[in-house]
Design a protein around this ligand. Structure first.
Ligand SMILES: [Zn+2]
Ligand SMILES: [Zn+2]
Length: 292
């Protein structure tokens, strides 16, 4: 398919961070590709949480709309008590071992979701897994993941909160009473898994962790290939800081909107195509992957 080094000659802009229904986005992955093509992007990456279930559909849509689709993933990890997200690009989505590893992560995620619902129930916010799936509007398909935004949607549906923002601020965010911390892999593990699957590891949205020393330590010990300098939740200050960091450690500079679609009419993070990088970044990512 359209992902084998053809990017070398590609020009234009690309959004390297988007989510679909396969995790906590609101639309099928083919829709991400359609929107990207409508916005005139040269390429779009699909980076769902702990799953590559939507990649195949996105690749097919890429052929249809004549735009490059980069297979990707976003893995949730933990380092010194902080949840750190790791992006992986150009992974082989059929790599057995990688798929098994992602499956383990999804199982942990399911256990966490159950514990979150228990916590909420203790707070007399009665939400069941059935409620969550009902509000999603469709049954969960194979290898898809349920995330906190889905639980937030159910809290809104039940009238306990008025918005997803409120659900996170009052209950679901780190440090709030509905937050459940589960054992996660380390970012270094995620880098290794991505490399073993022939991909290129990148630290996602470093500005969201509020701990640049930790990020520096991670770069020095884990040697990721890139860092997401441009992100919807980064301002000019963060961009400047992480650009300098990328330069210092010779990292590939990536960026993307972190598009999830709209919930109750509100787009969180950013709209698809609102944060982009030059398509030349794709050849850097492609060349930095470990060839299996
Ligand atoms: Zn993330
Ligand atoms: Zn994301």
């Amino acid at each position: 398919m359209n992902t084998t080094g053809k990017e070398v000659s590609l020009t234009g802009r690309c959004d390297l961070h988007t989510h679909s229904l396969s995790s906590d986005g609101m639309q099928p992955s083919s829709e991400n590709v359609r929107i990207a093509s409508e916005k005139g992007l040269a390429a779009v990456a699909l980076t769902d949480h702990d799953t590559v279930a939507g990649v195949e559909e996105a690749l097919i849509a890429g052929e249809k709309y004549g735009i490059t689709v980069v297979p990707g993933v976003e893995i949730s990890t933990r380092l010194e008590g902080k949840e750190i997200h790791v992006l992986g690009y150009y992974i082989d989505i059929r790599d057995r071992e990688f798929l098994t590893r992602l499956e383990t992560l999804r199982r942990t995620r399911e256990e966490r979701n159950i514990r979150i619902l228990e916590r909420l129930n203790d707070l007399e916010l009665v939400v069941s897994m059935e409620d969550v799936v009902r509000v999603m509007g469709r049954p969960l398909e194979k290898d898809e993941t349920i995330g906190r935004p889905h639980i937030a949607d159910a809290l809104v549906d039940k009238g306990y909160v008025s918005s997803m923002r409120e659900a996170f601020d009052l209950y679901l965010a780190e440090g709030k009473p509905g937050f459940v911390s589960v054992p996660r892999v380390t970012p270094e593990d995620a880098f290794a898994w991505i490399r073993a699957a022939g991909g290129t590891p990148v630290i996602a949205h470093p500005g969201l962790y509020g701990n640049d020393d930790l990020i520096r330590k991670l770069i020095e010990h884990g040697h990721p290939a890139g860092i997401e300098v441009y992100h919807s939740d980064h301002g000019p200050e963060e961009e400047k800081r992480y650009l300098a960091m990328a330069e210092q450690y010779n990292l590939i500079v990536t960026g993307g909107s972190d598009f999830h679609g709209a919930r109750q009419g509100v787009v969180f993070h950013g709209d698809l195509g609102s944060v982009t990088v030059e398509a030349s970044v794709l050849s850097e990512l492609y060349q930095a992957r470990s060839v299996k």
